[in-house]
Ligand binder design. Sequence first.
Ligand code: NAP
Length: 269
Amino acid sequence: MHVTISYKVGMRLLVIGGTGYLGREVCRVASAAGWEVVQAGHASGHGIAVDVCDPAAVEHLVDDVAPTAVLNLAYVQEGPRAWEVNVDGARNVARAAATQGCRLLHLSTDVVFDGRLGRPYVETDAPSPCTDYGRSKAEAERAVAAQAPAALVVRTSLIVGGPGCEPSRHELAALDDTLTFYDDEVRCPVQVTDLAHALLELAALDVAGPLHVAGPEALSRAELAELIRGAPVPRAPAPPDRPLDCSLDSSSARALLRATLRGAHRVFG
Ligand SMILES: NC(=O)c1ccc[n+]([C@@H]2O[C@H](COP(=O)([O-])OP(=O)(O)OC[C@H]3O[C@@H](n4cnc5c(N)ncnc54)[C@H](OP(=O)(O)O)[C@@H]3O)[C@@H](O)[C@H]2O)c1
């Protein structure tokens, strides 16, 4: 259940990566809250098409839209363009936002950490990525901070929908009988609508640097899959090169926010 949150009126939000899973929900929640929303994606049929790897195109988009805030969610997880999209794209968006003088929120991930610290990560812990994806997101964080020091870098974890919401890829995977789930890879799943509300609040707050915004409950991928499926799933230990316990301590975000970040048992229970 959500409390009603009123955001600043007259806000224009540009959501780059607005056609993806989180982006669609942010656009929906922001529109419902009365924000003027401009949704930009790469190749999909919705919103404005932009390639974040093209600095001139990004600059023109931000200049044309003249948003109050830019939310950069654009990324690819793997493949030949991952570094370019995640790092150069992030840098291009940050530079354009800084030039335009608008608020920037950049989305990052818990796997900027290797998961071997032995306690939940706080914002001051140094990134220690151990995957190509994590390395690209850690480098993107550095690029964003260099271009736009006032930007907020939001690190989050597995994004899930839950009953009544569009299923995330994690939920679709949980229902796939052919898959085995790591029982030692721990994350703090966050519900997509909760995260969208949190991001909109943060867009209107004057906070900069990294901020952990994830669910309060740490559980393994196997535990999450069983919660979603409501039945046991095949389990296995993660291979040695995987990020293990990337639990995020989101207490700073919780102290800032009125939005609730529900744990996985509250979402799926
Ligand atoms: N999903 C998770 O569990 C999770 C966990 C931790 C962190 N995050 C972070 O949350 C953010 C959003 O994740 P998501 O799951 O919503 O992603 P998603 O569903 O895969 O959407 C990615 C978005 O990026 C856009 N995009 C890809 N390449 C682009 C390019 N060259 N130029 C412009 N846009 C491009 C896509 O546009 P098209 O649709 O047009 O291709 C799409 O809108 C990412 O920064 C991710 O690192 C996600």
